[in-house]
Design a protein around this ligand. Structure first.
Ligand SMILES: [Zn+2]
Length: 266
């Protein structure tokens, strides 16, 4: 059992040189870059609080769990242990599961599911079963993760096609660009390591950490904005950027401008 906690017991090893800067930290930059999770998550918790208070405080679970993703990712890259890998991957599954349970549109629920409470319980059961079975068959996680992720992506895609709010459209484009860039870094580190080693630049997986946290900040705000228009339309949700809304730079979030029960478009 202690073997799963042992250094380098995972089959995965990223491009960065092992033990280059410390004898206790296997991948130094990949470990340190996780600090971004602990910077962005509390700010997003604060920025999304007005929306969460109006909609459901469970919204906070997304960014609370992101802190755990950062923590487990840090542990994984520090040790490259099998347990670190499992915790890292499973924490991503739980973030997606929470987002899926919260934001999957009610109108797309299967007919036998009457409300979001039952839907959320079903998602919880699936996630618990996947978590347990991942310890027997680690690929189980990847399947369910993709099912949750691709469905949320589909929802965003169909919603954005008929969205007329230009600020939301720009947010969606930036989010897509961040995702593409992040995934390109991940793939390049995984499969193009020889090339990057020649250039002596093996930091792409660490850069993936930085980009993916920003991509999640953009993604959660966008989906929360669309959700607010359906679930709490009387609150007049509006997208704003912190710290600089004028240039639309920084972290996007939602401000609620009203409380009359009127519906707004998009
Ligand atoms: Zn990582």
């Amino acid at each position: 059992m202690s073997g799963v906690f042992a250094y380098e017991s995972s089959k995965v090893d990223w491009c960065e040189d092992n033990y280059r800067h410390s004898e206790h930290v296997v991948e130094y930059f990949n470990t340190v870059s996780n600090l971004i999770f602990f910077i962005i998550s509390p700010i997003m918790l604060y920025l999304l609080h007005p929306y969460a208070r109006e909609r459901n405080l469970a919204v906070h679970l997304v960014w609370l769990m992101m802190i755990f993703v950062g923590l487990f990712s840090l542990y994984f890259h520090m040790t490259l242990s099998f347990m670190g890998q499992m915790l890292d991957e499973l924490s991503i599954l739980w973030v997606l599961a929470v987002g899926y349970a919260l934001w999957f549109p009610r109108k797309l629920f299967p007919s036998f599911i009457k409300d979001r409470r039952i839907f959320s319980r079903m998602v919880l059961i699936i996630t618990v079963i996947t978590t347990v079975s991942s310890f027997v068959k680690p690929t189980a996680n990847a399947y369910v993760l993709n099912i949750f992720g691709l469905q949320l992506l589909y929802v965003l895609w169909t919603e954005m096609k008929r969205c007329t709010n230009q600020k939301a459209v720009r947010l969606a484009k930036r989010m897509a660009a961040l995702w593409v860039l992040a995934i390109a870094c991940w793939i390049s580190d995984r499969f193009g390591c020889g090339f990057w080693q020649k250039l002596n630049f093996c930091y792409l997986h660490g850069i993936w950490h930085l980009l993916i946290v920003m991509a999640v900040a953009y993604g959660t705000t966008l989906i929360a904005y669309l959700d607010a228009n359906y679930e709490i339309p009387y609150s007049f949700p509006r997208i704003q950027y912190w710290p600089c809304d004028k240039w639309e730079m920084g972290l996007p979030h939602i401000v609620l401008e009203g409380n009359t029960k009127l519906r707004k478009g998009c």
